[in-house]
Structures are given as C-alpha cells and as structure tokens.
Design a binder for this molecule. Structure first.
Ligand SMILES: Cc1cc2nc3c(=O)[nH]c(=O)nc-3n(C[C@H](O)[C@H](O)[C@H](O)COP(=O)(O)OP(=O)(O)OC[C@H]3O[C@@H](n4cnc5c(N)ncnc54)[C@H](O)[C@@H]3O)c2cc1C
Length: 414
C-alpha cells in the first residue's frame, strides 16, 4: 500500500485534465499534482479520437462559455504547438449552406463570429470555388474562416504530458478509483494489472474531475449533478481515397443546426496527408461502444432510448428530423448523401472505411428533458467537476482551464 498526499488530484488524463495541470503549474510551480486515469495509456478517448480542428470561435452564442474561451484557447494552443515545433496545418475553413433553407443562418453565424471576435468573411461563389473547387454552395454564398487550422491531437497530448512529467506532475495510469471519501478528501486507487496488484491511498487538497465520458458518474460520487447524465454519440469517419479525382485543401463544413450541439459531417484535410469525412453523431449503446458490440451497456442504452423517445415525442427544435437524419448516417449510402451536399462529385467508391471513431459525451438534463449546449462546470466539496467538455474543449483547453481555475473553490479548500 502506497500512501500519498497531494495538493491536487485530477481524475482523467485527457486534454482538459492536462490543461488544468499545465495552468496550475504555470501559476504555482511548487504545487503537487497527481493525475489519475483508468487507462494504461493517454488519448484513448475523446482527446485522442477527435477531428483535430482548432476552431475559430464562430458558432457559439456571444456570452456563452464556449464563446469566451474558444478564440483565446485556440490562439494559445497554436502558439504552444509552434513553440514545441509540433505540426499545424494552416488551411482555414469554409462553411457552406448545404441547402438554400440554411442560407439565412450564414448571416447569423457571421454576426456571432464577429461579436465573438473571430475573423470571418462572407464570400461569393467565385471565391468559394477558388477555395473548394470540388465543393458546392447551394446559394452562391459561404463563410470563410482563415484562422481554423488542423493539428495532431495525440502529438499534443504526448508533448503536454511529457512537459508535466518534467515539472514533477505524477501520472497514475491504469488505476481505478475503488473508494472515495469526500469529506476526508481521500481516494483509494487500485491498478488494473491483476498479476501485480498495487494500491494507492491518496489524500488530496482539491480534486478536479475531468473524466470525459464518465464525468457525470464521478460527479455523482460527490453528490454533484444528480439530474444530469451524459449521452454518448458515436462519430464515425470515412477516408477519402487518395486516388479519387477530387481533393480538398481546406476544411469544408455545412451550416449546422444552431439549436443542436453538433456541427454536421464535414470534410477535413489531415496532417497525415489524408482527407477525412465525418464525424456522424449517432447514438452509441455504451459510453465506450466504439466498435460493434464492444462496450455495450444495456441499462445505459435503455435509458438513452427513453430520453431519445421523449425528445422525439416533444420534437422541440426539430429534434425528430435531426435525430432521424443523424441516425441513418451510420449507413454508407445515407452518409454519402449528406457528404454529397457538400461535394456533389463524391462517389461511393471514393469513401474508404476507416477505424477512426470517437464518442462525444453530450450532457442531458433529465429534469428539463434537454441537451445542454454549453460547457458546464459544477463545484462540490473540495472538488470541481467538468461536466460537459464537448467540442471545442480541445481547442479551448488552455483558456478553459484558466476559466475553471478562476471560478473553482480550490483556493478555499487548501
Ligand atoms: C469524434 C469527435 C470529434 C471532435 N472534434 C473536435 C475538434 O475537431 N476540435 C475540438 O476542439 N474538439 C473536438 N472534439 C471534442 C474534444 O475532443 C473534447 O471536447 C475533449 O477532448 C474533451 O477532453 P476531456 O479531457 O474532457 O475528455 P477525454 O479526452 O475523454 O479524457 C477523459 C479521461 O478520463 C479518463 N477517465 C474516465 N473515467 C475515469 C475514472 N472513473 N477514473 C479515472 N479516469 C477516468 C478516461 O480514460 C480519459 O482518458 C471532438 C470529439 C469527438 C469525440
């Protein structure tokens, strides 16, 4: 039995947990930090499975937390990558109305972007085709975001973790929490390796819960967020065949449904030289149900179905149409149809199946029966719980971490 005492315990070694550790060390190099993750390696969930886009702050309602941190976070992460010599693809992004009925939304997005301080321009048909020769604008208008760029998420996670290790942050990978005593500020951790059992008794000053897909479950151990649950949505990707007679030098996104938290499937050039299409947002039957039947949680799936049925019945914000559209995009011909609205010359044979898949945990308020669109952070006894670290939390991570630290009660619990 190993006994440890630390100023800060962080549960979850994704981008949000690492960014909090990074910002804490920037402010106080002597602070002691223990990061705990149930996996033996970093990046096995959202932070290592995302699209790798550094968003430019266009979509979010002004005054939302997302709007507050996205632009600043993107700028800082980009600068950090440059300092570390990590790859960045400065390719920008075009947002196109995939259907004339979405044309008005371009103006809404333009205004939001400008209010948020983003650099964003309305472009005409000629400018559109000069940027995306194989794309389509249904109305001759589109938006251009020059600052959107693409990074390698795994490369960033590894570099950040290695900096933190150098700064004496301790990583406890492959450890599960087997006991929490909230008032005593105590965690018992057991490692996953049954051949070599190890236990850590950890006494902390303050705990940050950045457990991603499981953050609501960890929060409930602290009596935080009783009415909240995370619903997992599976994001499948397809790869563009490198022999296809079309190519994309910039990100091409549709106009999203602004009442819902997903941006729609998009086409993105990647730093590995490939172009990916996706991700879908189809219900997953377990929080880690990445492939086939692996990770299915029957009870969670039944609850999820219950919540979806309730939303389908209410049909608020056009949820019914959206859910049906999204649900069928897991099937190739329907996925292709959605992608062809962005790029009409795309053919089925250009789409290569690929293993890239991520699961987006979307926070759902069970009492109000609605999906929560913004980041949500709640305080508990000597603890801070990051409950809805959805996109653009990767982009925004450094600025989001600062916001979390400014508003958390961790100073008081030391
Ligand atoms: C398909 C997809 C595409 C996306 N695209 C983008 C994008 O282009 N740009 C962008 O900015 N954002 C994007 N996002 C969102 C972004 O990836 C997330 O917002 C961000 O990675 C969340 O980071 P996190 O640290 O909260 O979660 P995670 O990366 O999931 O990390 C949580 C960690 O907690 C650990 N954990 C969970 N439970 C426990 C427990 N009980 N005990 C110990 N450890 C635990 C997990 O093992 C995991 O390592 C995308 C997400 C997905 C899924």
């Amino acid at each position: 039995m190993n006994k440890q005492v630390t100023d800060i315990a962080i549960i979850g070694c994704g981008m949000v947990g690492l960014a909090i550790a990074h910002q804490l060390k920037q402010k106080n190099p002597n602070i002691s930090i223990e990061i705990i993750d149930k996996e033996n390696q970093i990046g096995l969930h959202s932070s290592g499975r995302n699209s790798g886009i550094l968003h430019a702050g266009i979509y979010y309602p002004p005054n939302s937390l997302k709007a507050k941190v996205c632009i600043n976070g993107a700028k800082r992460l980009k600068q950090w990558c440059q300092k570390k010599g990590l790859d960045i693809l400065e390719c920008g992004k075009v947002i196109t109305p995939q259907d004339p009925k979405f044309d008005d939304q371009l103006d809404v997005l333009l205004n939001r972007g400008i209010k948020n301080g983003a650099e964003v321009y309305l472009i005409n048909e000629q400018e559109f085709y000069s940027k995306v020769p194989y794309g389509r604008t249904s109305t001759g208008r589109a938006l251009w975001s020059p600052n959107t760029c693409v990074v390698k998420p795994m490369e960033i996670l590894k570099a950040l973790a290695s900096d933190l290790q150098r700064d004496n942050v301790r990583f406890n990978l492959g450890y599960k929490i087997s006991n929490i005593e909230v008032k005593k500020k105590y965690l018992r951790l057991d490692n996953n390796d049954i051949s070599q059992k190890k236990t850590i008794e950890l006494h902390y000053g303050h705990l940050f819960n950045t457990a991603g897909l499981h953050a609501d479950r960890v929060a409930k151990s602290f009596d935080v967020g009783d009415n909240l649950t995370l619903l997992p949505f599976k994001g499948l990707y397809w790869k563009l065949d490198s022999n296809a007679p079309i190519n994309f030098q910039t990100n091409l996104y549709p106009v999203p449904d602004l009442d819902l938290p997903f941006l729609g499937i998009h086409i993105s050039p990647n730093l590995d030289g490939n172009t990916y299409l996706g991700p879908t947002a189809i219900p997953a039957w377990g929080r880690e149900n990445y492939y086939d039947f692996n990770g299915i949680e029957p009870l969670m799936a039944m609850n999820f179905l219950g919540h979806i049925s309730r939303q389908l019945w209410k049909d608020s914000n056009g949820f019914r149409r959206y859910a049906i559209e999204q649900g069928i995009q897991g099937i190739k011909p329907f996925f292709l149809q959605a992608a062809q609205k962005l790029a009409p010359s795309l053919k089925s044979e250009h789409l290569i199946e690929c293993k890239k898949v991520g699961i987006r945990p979307q926070l759902y308020d069970q009492a109000q029966g609605k999906l929560i669109q913004d980041f949500l952070v709640r305080e508990g006894v000597s603890s801070t719980h990051v409950l809805n670290a959805i996109s653009p939390a990767f982009t925004a991570s450094f600025a989001l971490a600062d916001l979390i630290l400014e508003n958390s009660n961790f100073g008081a619990s030391k």
